[in-house]
Design a protein around this ligand. Structure first.
Ligand SMILES: [Zn+2]
Length: 256
């Protein structure tokens, strides 16, 4: 058991390191395989011993060995978050196909969210492979759940599509983008119905909290826009880890 946690932690750091490459290069249409890691300031290749997740960042104090340019704190952060989420999913679901399916979903949600934050775009290059991976994983690991794939994907996509149309009609501008619709189709394929809807509402709730907090510290002004995808992704992760408890708590609340 402890060994599994350690292995997942190590794999999580390695996956996270790869996700950093995806986050940085995919929006620029660069290959995610070649060339190997290199410093974006001086262009020097980063040797394997300086490319160890988190450890190298600490040892080199976040700087390039050649030119001393600072590396973004995003790199160790994404590595740590990826590892911690993989461990958390195993802690929740143990040795089960659920663990594999949920980790796969999270490994797509992380780069989709980060690219949405950095560029405001949700890339088909991630949502389409993510959707295909989900369908394949569920058909192979949980074939009895096959019906949930189209129902989850359609209900998630339709809900957000309606919101996008309503947003356009009422606010005269794009408040929910087609990228968000595709993201919810992806999540729906993995989670099924009604889970995808609950995950979405958790995301909406988190975005409200963010807006209220942002207003109260004067970081957000009226008319500001911000990417919605990361909130849907965090809502989904919260649902994966604490969904049952939230449903129990909420049904008690209504019954009061
Ligand atoms: Zn450098």
């Amino acid at each position: 058991m402890i060994l599994t946690y350690v292995m997942l932690g190590i794999f999580g750091l390695i996956f996270g390191s790869f996700l950093n490459v995806v986050i940085y290069r995919l929006p620029k249409n660069e290959s995610i395989v070649l060339p190997g890691s290199h410093c974006t300031s001086c262009g020097k290749p980063i040797p394997y011993y300086d490319n160890i997740p988190i450890l190298s960042f600490i040892l080199l104090k976040g700087k390039c060995r050649s030119c001393q340019a600072s590396f973004s704190f995003q790199y160790p952060l994404i590595e740590a978050v990826t590892a911690l989420l993989m461990i958390a999913v195993f802690w929740k679901y143990g040795y089960s196909v659920q663990t594999i399916i949920h980790i796969a979903l999270i490994l797509f949600l992380i780069p989709i969210s980060m690219i949405d934050i950095r560029t405001g775009l949700i890339l088909n290059k991630l949502t389409i492979p993510g959707f295909v991976a989900g369908v394949v994983l569920i058909l192979v690991l949980q074939p009895e759940r096959w019906k949930e794939i189209p129902i989850g994907a359609l209900s998630g996509g339709l809900l957000l599509f309606l919101l996008a149309v309503l947003g356009k009609v009422f606010f005269k501008r794009e408040s929910v983008g087609m990228g968000d619709v595709k993201l919810l189709v992806l999540i729906g394929a993995y989670l099924g119905f009604p889970d995808v809807i609950i995950a979405f509402y958790l995301g909406v709730l988190l975005s409200f909290l963010y807006i209220i907090f942002g207003f109260s510290v004067n970081k957000i002004k009226l008319g500001d826009t911000f990417p919605f995808g990361p909130f849907i992704a965090i809502g989904t992760i919260v649902y994966i880890l604490w969904g049952e408890q939230i449903i129990i708590w909420f049904s008690r609340l209504i019954n009061l």
